[in-house]
Design a binder for this molecule. Sequence first.
Ligand code: 6PG
Length: 257
Amino acid sequence: RPPNLYSFADIDSDLAPNLRKYVLDQQNEACKRHGVFRIAVSGGSLPKTLAKALLPPSNGSEEDKVDFSKWQIFYADERCVPLNHEDSNHKLVQEEWLNKIPKEMAQPEVFTISEEHLDDAQETADEYEQKLVSVFAARDSVKLPLFDLILLGCGPDGHTCSLFPDHPLLREQDAWVLSISDSPKPPAKRITLSLPVVLAAAKVGFVATGGGKKDVLKKIFETEEGSKLPCGLVNEGGGEKVSWFCDQAATEGVSFP
Ligand code: 6PG
């Protein structure tokens, strides 16, 4: 079945609570399965929306509790800059979301890139891959890391993570973490999860809001060309795996699958 495309009236009162339920369903499932919740998140506008979804207090029900003590957070993509640099996705996620988690609550474990070889994007990617290996098991024992949830944004050109349209990185079958030195969206040097890693996740959630997304969503959901864009390739995971959380501005005129 095709990916789920949800369109909410607005972000604060509609999309955010539904995204919360979705994320907490994955948290609860994952904790039942293996006692930990492994999630990867992107930069862009996503961290702000995540904060709206996950910071409000619980409604008291068992399913609605955010248990950050079980969370292991990774970055779906990251820029090769120091962690306190204004282009850093880690800095963004901290400022928009993680730093706002009340201090009396358990805090999640966050896996950042190493700052040792930032001038060498491939080295930075290799080091991040090693972090994944240390958490998900050795590369020779598992083919791919299995995230419980990967949350992504969708660029106006159909990119996701730092996987850009028609880029040779899209053909990578083997590596878990890739480097890119010619990202069309600055900064140029970045690391990103590979497409096979995204497709191996238990669930993939896109968050795409605002009128600036409607043309690319139309393309992705309605055209052959769009199905070849990075977001379209992730959609091949189908409705069991892939869900889109959008607002009405982003889905205006888009035919639902
Ligand atoms: C990055 C992001 C990138 C982002 C999209 C959508 O670091 O550049 O991870 O993949 O998610 O560009 O960004 P918006 O949500 O801001 O539109």
